[in-house]
Design a protein around this ligand. Structure first.
Ligand code: THU
Length: 135
């Protein structure tokens, strides 16, 4: 398992919550945020961006990953991604986001769910997406 500095978890959670405050979610009214740290130590955040043509919606996790890629982060250079979904229960990331995570994060990378309680849930990406699509 790639090690994650435990001191990074709170800043990532805060960045995810801050990003969630920018969510464009007029259809679901479900504000999601995600934040990741690159191997260079830079934090990238994203929110969900919905569309009137619902299928065009981009989830928060993918927004954060695409933002990192647009800044030059390469596959394998993301070791930890934290997402925040509102409410008192912990959710799991959608399947599309898991497949995109698998494109840019190593199987041993860490994904952490957070919500409005102090509870968190941590997975290895390979546990979230066993046997993901590959050529
Ligand atoms: N959503 C995310 O941002 N991430 C996920 O992993 C699951 C769902 C968003 C998409 C949509 O804007 C809203 O949550 C409700 O599905």
């Amino acid at each position: 398992m790639k090690s994650t500095d435990p001191e990074l978890i709170n800043p990532l959670r805060n960045a995810a919550m801050q990003a969630a405050s920018h969510a464009y979610c007029k259809y679901s009214e479900f504000s999601v945020g995600a934040a990741l740290v690159s191997d260079a130590g830079k934090i990238y955040a994203g929110c969900n961006v919905e569309n009137i043509s619902y299928g065009l919606t981009n989830c928060a996790e993918r927004t954060a990953i695409f933002s990192a890629v647009a800044d030059g982060v390469k596959p394998g250079e993301i070791r930890t991604l934290v997402f925040y979904m509102p409410g008192n229960k912990l959710y799991t990331p959608c399947g599309a986001c898991r497949q995109v995570m698998a494109e840019f994060m190593e199987p041993e990378s860490i994904v952490i769910a957070t919500c409005d309680t102090e509870e968190t849930k941590t997975w290895k990406l390979s546990d979230l997406l066993p046997e993901g699509f590959q050529f």
